[in-house]
Each structure stands twice: as structure tokens, then as C-alpha cells.
Write a protein that binds this ligand. Structure first.
Ligand code: G4P
Length: 535
């Protein structure tokens, strides 16, 4: 192996690229901040998003986000983290943010194509919640290994075994706790390290603003200090071992088991343990296979997949950022690469790492890293960029839309602007755009996983393109993929309409599932295939 290849392999091996998946309010922002605190990116929790302004400072690229207090956009946070007592450069952690709201699960799906592992964050009092379940299904679908964190253990909640059972029974993922809490939910004293048998006692800091000091005790000292709370944790640990619920790296990587940690993101308890688990157990970036079966190893020439395109992040520049995840090779800013979809060269002069509104120029990046490319108008989610021999990675599948509306421009003289805007939002993947001859181009049909995607379209039409539009819901509720042969017969049916999506897929929309069932029964020869579902 050449020294360049050796260096590339080392750089790839020390990277951990992951996303936190959680239901809104489970503590994702707080945990992100706690991770940054432990990696010394910030010196005090509250620096990235202070208490009062938390929801509006992370990524407030649109007024709508502020109004609703949700994050629509994705960003990536990179930091170095070294395991205690180790020499050398340590690990490079890439935390890719996912939007929490279910209406943006399409976006989340794309983000999850860019990570190698996920942290499933669960509220100790609430257990599994709908959005966690949905996101977990996406991880399973993509074979992403999951580390589970039970958060908010400082507040009253369920028992560890109840939560473990719920996860095993409802999603078939077997938790293998690495640490068990000492003290019931609401009385969080520390963690039993199941692999060493030792006790990590935490001390609270004022407002949870600093890293919580840890004290390591052997089992006898732990018993003396915590009494029954320690005995309960030891008994739970023994029970789990009897049931075979000890960490097994192979089963974890195969997506069958999930290492589990109990934590309080607010008090910074269990956060170091999560970082350590990511470094020790989560997979490093690995190569990928192109659509023609060609393998690309991390040490091969540069290649990357665009997983998200976003415009209007900064209202003072109408720019468009394409986020790529590097799959192989070394990226150097300024290199001219090839855009696989068009075969055209793409200059990477403006490459950034992006966290919220802050951008910093990136000069070099390695497999697993996320880089934002400015003014990347030609790039769309799922596109491949490469250097050296040609490679094209498989496209990102789009979700089955469940909401359908027409979009109409209200002032006729803005029609040209409207078309331009529609094309841009379409290529960014904000919504799916459907067209047919009957309706023409003046009022395309928009298809979305969640209705809030429509609001993003009308808001951006107004703020970025100065075009007033109205959304009018259509009476369809589900879509099937069909083909040109079946299209004319389907168009003759009541409650059905056939469209072509921008990517060329032919979709039939149905008023309701009974209509679909009736047509499937009456016309068994028609092609009607389900699209990728979100749950
Ligand atoms: P999200 O990004 O997943 O939506 O959740 P976020 O971090 O915003 O946390 C949601 C709420 O839960 C916040 O309270 C936050 O302080 C609280 N929280 C997060 N982690 C913990 C934890 O470990 N323990 C406890 N007790 N609370 C936690 P809030 O009242 O909505 O906001 P704030 O006024 O505290 O900022």
C-alpha cells in the first residue's frame, strides 16, 4: 500500500459519521450540545443555542422555522474526540443533523444515506414514540447500526427493563446495555459499566452547563456508597446477561442488537460514555458499490454522494448549498471533479463545513466527512461526484407521497419566475413535482410526504422568488407506480389520474384505498407497484 493510501485508510478509520434520530423534544438539541461540550468544541452548554433562543438559532434559515420552532434544514457538526488515556490524533466525529418533524422525513431519509450509524434517542418517560419508530424503520431498511440512548434519566420515568422490553417487542431490535443506571429515573446517581463491573458516579454541575465530574468506584465501594440502588443495577445486569443481552459487535453491526446507554443530556451524565461507544463500536466509513457493480474502496480516488440540496440558508446571498458525503479518496478544495449524472466537470472552489448559519472553508476532507458546496446549481440529491475512473452510486429512493396539491401562481406576469422557481425547488427535492398533459405546466401537482412541505414551497416562492402562489389540495391520497401501457386504462377510471414525475416515473394517484382495491380487483393486468413507504 502506498503511503498516500495508508494515510487515507487511517483518516477513514478514525472517522465516525452518525445522526441522532429522535421524536421531537426527546433532547436531540440538548444532546448535540452536550456532545460538543465533551469534545471541547464549546466550553459551556448553552453556547450553541442558549436556553431561550435554542430553537431559533440552530438553523433559522426560514421564518417558518422560527414560527414553528422546528428545524427544516440539515447541518453537520465535526469535532475531534480522543478516548481518555489514548495517544495519537483521536477520532473525528461527524454529527449530521436530521429534521425532527415527521413532515420532513423525506429529508431525513436522505440524511440517513450519508451516515454509518445512528443514535436513537428516547425519552425515559415516553419510551418509543411515532417519529422514533418511523426513523428506526429507515435505519433498518438501510442496514444502519443503531446505538440507543435513554435520555432524561434525571426525571421520573419508566424502569430500564420496561424500556428494554418495549424496544425488543415493538421493533425487534434487542438492546444490549453497555451501562445501566444506578438510581431509578428521577434519582440518577451514576452508571454501572456492565463490561468492567465498575461504577461511574456523576456529580451535577450548576445548570448542567459543564462536564459532570466522574468518580470511578469498584463494586465494593459502589455497594457501600449506593446500597440498594447499586444492588438493583447489578441484578438487572445479571438478568440481562442470562438472557444473552450482552454487547456483541457482530450482531450490532448486522442491525440485530443495539448497545444502550442511559443518560441525561441536560446534566451531561452518560455523554462521555456515548462518545466512547461511538468511537469504540460504531463502524468507520467503508467503500460503496456503484450501479454497475463497481466497488470503490475508501482508499480509491475521490468520490462523493450529494444527499441534500438546500437554498436560501442565508437570506443575504441567494445561494444554493449541496451537501456531499465523501465516500472515497481525499477531497481538496479547488479540485475539479466530474458530475456523474451529466458527465460535466464540477469545480469545488467554494467548499465549506456548515453548522447552522456558520460556515468555514474546508481545505481537505476524507471519507465520512460532509462538505457543503456553494452555488451548486447543477447538483441534486442522490448525485455522484468523482475523480479518476467513472463511478455512479445508486439514486436515493424517494418516499411514497401521501399528500397531493396543485400549486397556482396568482399573478400571471410572474409566470416565468414561477417556472424557474418550480424547477429549482423540484431539483432540490423539496417536493415531488408531477405533470400531465391535461393539466399543463401552469399548475403542476405537488406530491409530499407531509403537508408542511407545501408550506415550504409557498414560503420560498414568496421570499426567494417574489412569486405569490396558492396551494389547492387535490382529492387524492395515495400513489402507485405504473407504466405507459397501463396509463391509458387507468386514466379512464373514475377517481384516478396518471402523472409523470420529473425523474420519469409514471405515477397513478387514487382518491382512496378502496378505489385502488377495486381497480386492482377489476383490472388485474394493470401494473400498480407500491412506492417506498416511510413506515
Ligand atoms: P429536541 O431537539 O429533540 O426537540 O429536544 P430539546 O433538546 O430541545 O429538548 C426538549 C426539552 O427537553 C427541553 O426542555 C430540554 O431542556 C429538555 N431536556 C433535554 N434533555 C434533557 C434531560 O436529559 N433531562 C431533562 N430533565 N430535560 C431534558 P424545554 O422546557 O422545552 O426547553 P428549555 O426551556 O429547557 O430550553
Amino acid at each position: 500500500m502506498s503511503s498516500d493510501a495508508r494515510e487515507l485508510r487511517l483518516e477513514a478509520q478514525r472517522r465516525r459519521t452518525f445522526a441522532i434520530i429522535s421524536h421531537p423534544d426527546a433532547g436531540k438539541s440538548t444532546m448535540t450540545e452536550a456532545l460538543a461540550l465533551h469534545a471541547h468544541v464549546i466550553s459551556e452548554a448553552g453556547a450553541i443555542h442558549g436556553k431561550a433562543g435554542r430553537k431559533s438559532t440552530v438553523s433559522d434559515w426560514m421564518e417558518m422555522e422560527k414560527a414553528r420552532g422546528i428545524s427544516v434544514s440539515s447541518t453537520a457538526l465535526q469535532f475531534n474526540y480522543a478516548l481518555e488515556g489514548t495517544d495519537g490524533p483521536g477520532a473525528v466525529i461527524n454529527l449530521v443533523d436530521t429534521p425532527g418533524h415527521a413532515d420532513f422525513s423525506e429529508d431525513t431519509y436522505r440524511v440517513l444515506t450519508a451516515v454509518d450509524a445512528a443514535v436513537m434517542l428516547i425519552d425515559a418517560a415516553k419510551g418509543l414514540e411515532p417519529q422514533t419508530l418511523k426513523l428506526f424503520q429507515v435505519c433498518r431498511h438501510r442496514g444502519i447500526p443503531v446505538i440507543t440512548v435513554i435520555n432524561k434519566w434525571d426525571r421520573p420515568g419508566r424502569t430500564p427493563l420496561e424500556l428494554i422490553d418495549e424496544i425488543s417487542e415493538r421493533i425487534g431490535l434487542i438492546p444490549t446495555p453497555l451501562f445501566l443506571p444506578v438510581g431509578i429515573a428521577g434519582d440518577f446517581r451514576g452508571l454501572l459499566d456492565r463490561r468492567t463491573g465498575e461504577y461511574i458516579h456523576f456529580t451535577r454541575t450548576a445548570g448542567g452547563a459543564k462536564i459532570a465530574p466522574e468518580e470511578l468506584l469498584d463494586p465494593d465501594a459502589a455497594l457501600e456508597r449506593e446500597g440498594d440502588a447499586w444492588i438493583a443495577a447489578v441484578e438487572e445486569s445479571e438478568l440481562l446477561s442470562e438472557m444473552g443481552q450482552d454487547h456483541d459487535e457482530e450482531l450490532f453491526l448486522a442491525g440485530q442488537t443495539s448497545p444502550m446507554i442511559f443518560a441525561s443530556a441536560m446534566l451531561n451524565f452518560g455523554v462521555r460514555q456515548l462518545l466512547d461507544a461511538l468511537v469504540e463500536l460504531a463502524p468507520a466509513p467503508s467503500g460503496r458499490t456503484g450501479i454497475d457493480g463497481t466497488e470503490r474502496e475508501v482508499t480509491d480516488p475521490f468520490s462523493a454522494v450529494v444527499f441534500k440540496v438546500q437554498a436560501g440558508m442565508d437570506s443575504s446571498h441567494r445561494d444554493r448549498l449541496a451537501f456531499m458525503r465523501i465516500v472515497s479518496g481525499e477531497f481538496e478544495r479547488g479540485m475539479v471533479v466530474t458530475h456523474a449524472q451529466t458527465g460535466k466537470p464540477f469545480a469545488t472552489k467554494y467548499a465549506h463545513t456548515v453548522v447552522g448559519r456558520d460556515r468555514s472553508t474546508v481545505d481537505t476532507a476524507y471519507p465520512g466527512d460532509v462538505v457543503g458546496l456553494v452555488n451548486a446549481t447543477a447538483l441534486a440529491p442522490g448525485d455522484t461526484l468523482y475523480d479518476g475512473p467513472r463511478i455512479q452510486y445508486p439514486p436515493i429512493p424517494s418516499f411514497a407521497p401521501e399528500h397531493f396539491s396543485t400549486l397556482r401562481v396568482t399573478t400571471a406576469d410572474k409566470y416565468k419566475q414561477f417556472r424557474k422557481a418550480m424547477d429549482q425547488l423540484d431539483s432540490e427535492g423539496v417536493v415531488q413535482v408531477l405533470r400531465n398533459e391535461t393539466r399543463g405546466d401552469a399548475s403542476p401537482v405537488l406530491a409530499a410526504v407531509g403537508p408542511m412541505q407545501f408550506e415550504v414551497v409557498t414560503a420560498r416562492m414568496k421570499t426567494e422568488f417574489n412569486v405569490d402562489t396558492v396551494i389547492e389540495p387535490l382529492g387524492y391520497s395515495l400513489a402507485r407506480r405504473t407504466d405507459a401501457d397501463s396509463a391509458s386504462e387507468l386514466n379512464r377510471q373514475r377517481g384516478v389520474e396518471v402523472f409523470t414525475r420529473t425523474d420519469g416515473a409514471i405515477l397513478a394517484l387514487f382518491s382512496d384505498k378502496w378505489r385502488l382495491q377495486y381497480i386492482e380487483k377489476e383490472h388485474g393486468d394493470l401494473t400498480l407497484e407500491p412506492l417506498v413507504a416511510t413506515a
